[in-house]
Design a binder for this molecule. Structure first.
Ligand code: NAD
Ligand code: DAU
Length: 351
């Protein structure tokens, strides 16, 4: 089996669902169920013996030791993290704890477990660390996209904590020979995306008749990838990636934020027109910028494409339409995640 951490979050849950749709290899899913973790994302796996869920913290060394000894996974994939930049600006502590201390504890437990393996089991074992393009910092308009050689220049507490975790993973390979792989991916979107992030926030606010808060001038650029394409890239790197290597993952879809918001408005105008006949664009509201806001991210995914033959299946146009349709079809899921804690966050951030 494989051990997935953070498998009740946005990308982790998509990964677990896709994995079990493609193979019968069981998944041990370790997730702390923070505000971002949601077992409803995995509801279709209820009663499926191939999915074993454990609520727990990647920083809990004793729990990790026990789970690894009991379940003897052939690979560990680390998705667990605090992932929202705005929350890291309001309160960085949880980011340091989970993303740095948690990754360290996980590496320590995995190092001990891997050290106890022998022969083929030891040779085949993999630790795959899921990371982000934000560790590379911000690009000027004409600069080439981030390659794996780009220097680390993290600018937010979130990206700094992910950068630290990437360095630990690298060091465990260099120093202890741990068989690691790291992926640095661009912005994901798709089903089960928690509505504190740009795309799902805009969809749920639009449908609720609320303002669509665009930070600053809305001209910051992100490079968007449909979440299931990120999952297929991770499966490919796990299967064939070279040990100790880093693979950038992206879909060559650079877009300014305001273009994303206008695209969402146009799709909603078509699929769920406002009762008053006006466009959802009327709800766009420019608000105070994010402190230290990175201007542009862009991923050069040629290494992954050329070395491992990976390609995204979705264009931005097909992926974003699927995403809007998913949210329109899953209004109950949206209602459930908009708990009191979610409402507290929204009023704190957009007051
Ligand atoms: P998310 O916030 O939606 O989910 C994170 C999950 O981790 C949640 O289920 C949460 O309960 C769990 N978790 C948090 N702290 C934990 C802990 N201490 N122990 C165990 N579980 C814990 O995040 P996401 O968007 O799904 O991101 C997953 C990973 O992918 C993260 O490492 C993130 O840095 C990386 N990433 C995200 C994106 C993106 O666009 N969302 C892009 C590139 C990389
Ligand atoms: O690049 C990969 C990263 O993408 C991941 O590592 C992070 O985990 C993930 O959250 C995401 O980070 P961003 O900060 O790019 O995503 P977010 O959805 O928060 O914001 C996307 C852009 O939209 C960013 O430029 C800020 C802007 N924005 C965001 C929100 C929530 C707005 O203009 N208004 C908003 O209300």
């Amino acid at each position: 089996m494989i051990l997935v951490t953070g498998g009740a979050g946005f990308i982790g849950a998509n990964f677990v669902l896709d994995w079990l749709a493609q193979t019968d290899e069981p998944v041990l899913n370790l997730d702390k169920l923070t505000y971002a973790g949601n077992l409803e994302n995995l509801a279709t796996l209820q009663g499926d013996p191939r999915h074993v869920f454990v609520r727990g913290d990647i920083a809990d060394g004793a729990l990790l030791q026990r789970l690894l000894a009991e379940h003897r996974p052939r690979a560990v994939l680390n998705f667990a993290a605090e992932s929202h930049v705005d929350r890291s600006i309001h309160g960085p502590e949880d980011f340091i704890q989970t993303n740095i201390v948690g990754t360290f504890r996980l590496l320590e437990a995995v190092r001990a477990y891997w050290g106890s393996l022998e022969g083929e089991a030891k040779a085949a074992f993999r630790f795959l660390h899921v990371s982000t393009d934000e560790v590379y910092g911000s690009l000027a308009p004409a600069e080439p996209a981030f390659t794996e050689q780009h220097r680390y220049e993290p600018n937010s507490p979130y990206s700094a904590s992910k950068a630290a975790s990437d360095h630990l993973v690298r060091a465990y390979h260099h120093t202890y020979g741990l068989p690691v792989l790291t992926t640095n991916c661009s912005n994901n979107y798709g089903p089960f995306h928690f509505p504190e992030k740009l795309i799902p926030l805009m969809i749920v606010n639009a449908l609720a008749g609320k303002p669509l808060p665009v930070y600053g001038d809305g001209m910051q650029i992100r490079d968007w990838l449909y979440v299931k394409d990120h999952c297929s890239a991770i499966r490919r790197v796990l299967a064939a990636g070279r040990l100790g290597e880093v693979y950038n993952v992206g879909g060559w879809n650079e877009k300014p934020n305001i273009e994303i918001v206008l695209t969402l408005c146009a799709l909603l105008d078509e699929l769920r027109p406002r009762p008053d006949g006006k466009s959802y664009r009327e709800q766009i509201s420019y608000v105070k910028d994010r402190p230290g806001h990175d201007r542009r991210y862009a991923i050069d995914a040629r290494k992954l494409e050329q070395e491992l033959g990976w390609k995204p299946a979705e264009t931005f146009e097909t992926g974003i339409r699927k995403t809007v349709l998913w949210y329109l079809d899953h209004q109950e899921w949206v209602a459930h995640v908009q708990s009191g804690a979610y409402r507290d966050w929204v009023s704190k951030q957009y007051a």
